[in-house]
Design a protein around this ligand. Sequence first.
Ligand code: C2E
Ligand code: MG
Ligand code: MG
Length: 575
Amino acid sequence: MFGIKVMRDHHNLKQAEEKQLIAAIAFESQEGMMITDASGIILHVNKSFTETTGYTIEEVKGKTAALLKSGRHNIDFYHDMWETINRTGGWQGEIWDRRKNGEEYPKLLTISAIKNKEGVTTHYLGTHFDITERKAAEEKIKNLAFFDQLTGLPNRILLLDRLRQAMSASSRNGRYGVLMQLNLDNFALVNVTQGPDIGDMLLSQVAQRLTRCTHECDTVARINGDEFVVMLTGLSTNEIDAAKISEEVASKILALLSVPYQLGDETYRSTGSIGVTLFRGHLATIADLIKQADLAMHKAKEAGRNACRFFDPQMESLVIERAALEKDLHQAIVEKQFLLHYQPQVGDDGHLTGAEALVRWEHPQRGMVSPADFIPMAEETGLILPLGKWIMETACAQLVLWASHPKMKHLTLAVNVSARQFHHASFADQVLAILQSTGVDPQRLKLELTEGMMVEDIEDVIEKMLVLKTRGIAFSLDDFGTGFSSLTYLKRLPLDQLKIDQSFVRNVLTDANDAGITRAVVALAQSLGLDVIAEGVETEAQRNFLAEIGCRAYQGYLFSRPLSKENFEVFAQQF
Ligand code: C2E
Ligand code: MG
Ligand code: MG
């Protein structure tokens, strides 16, 4: 009996030893293992753990697993993980941890709660596999799936995915995007005559050039052979503006593509044809857009290649019209098709105090073109520089002539200066040179600036203003109230006058908001010690309102429309 017990004990002991041995061997398996107590304090880790994490057993014992956190997952992630463990007794998933050397790595982690007979958790067992290599392989597969191997550009699949995202973003922010399909002209010929290696070289260089023409947020994709797609997003909420930008980018691309290529030992010339279609939100389907861009691209080919065409013919004609106007504007500068009109400015007793010079373009075919149409274009193209110089010279020469008229010698002349013109490094010098060459009295000259100019390099603006102001030139802030005025800059600018924008004046009697703004502008001018003038005064009632709130100077159709030089001189005689 006793012997049997001994034997059985011995047997049990052996079994327990075996179990322990098996457990010990299992614990030293390929997987990294960690045992914690119920509160998460690390009790033991295996060799594989120390190998992957870089920590020794001594370094982690007594600490918690938080030691391994990479910072890639947020609180919610860990919260959800523990919630699952508490609910189901375990968790499995991919997690990024940090090795002792700081390196972050992905691992497949399994956590199991170990419970006693009563079902109370006494320990946790964590086992993990380092999946760095698997992840890298996955990444490579993803690359193969979404990127063109030759050029490294996104492929068709990724393009479609981005297009889908871009359409959603566009439906939220209302901004247009554009899809441009580009095809190289005569690419097949290169491939056949020069061989596919040279063809590949050309495609790679085209890819680089396209990337250079676009911003990081844009997508340049190669979708097939020599077919590329450029997608721009977040352009403008205005369709015509978006079309304009697209046309500019397309022109830039065409110009860059036609620069000779060095392919091996040979220099080679190529051009491209571009089809453009705009999109906003989900108004058209992805398939439609691709088809539209493709159709437009074929139109460009038909037009003789090395060209860009829009899918929407109306957009096309607008863009063509604009290009034609731009060409004419270059010509107009050369041929001096401009003249100045003068709109009277009057004081509170109705007396003529001066005028604003307003440029007019007498187009040989189109007739009078409004400055609202060509000034922005002149700004964009830089033509405002020669045009602005001509305006300044002409205005000053006019003032000199008026100086010899008894009825006109006291008049001031306000000249509009556009942002690009003012920001030009030599602007102040140019004005000083004109003062010199015309001999005009600077006291009679007033420059109209706009709030938009103050956004850029305010220190430079102030410096230029001061240079001119010390010579006696005055400054007025045009269209006041329509920009993003900040009181801080307003206080710092050496201004003489605020010009209340006509959009407020128009509604002072009907719109309480506009009346309020107008009142505030007058009060602001007074508190800053500045003059104030209202533009766009069309009725007696508007003038009376303005007079009542303290405005003492006016300009508008009520007094006179802008007049030719001759008519203005006649107008001035009545005072
Ligand atoms: P702005 O400087 O605010 O000029 C006032 C505009 O309001 C002028 O239009 C003028 O004809 C118009 N206007 C004057 N009184 C009234 C009125 O009682 N009612 C209405 N509805 N309009 C009135 P314009 O001549 O077409 O000029 C438009 C804009 O073009 C100007 O706005 C200015 O920003 C720009 N501009 C005009 N001439 C020049 C110039 O010589 N140089 C530069 N850089 N810009 C110019
Ligand atoms: Mg003006
Ligand atoms: Mg104005």
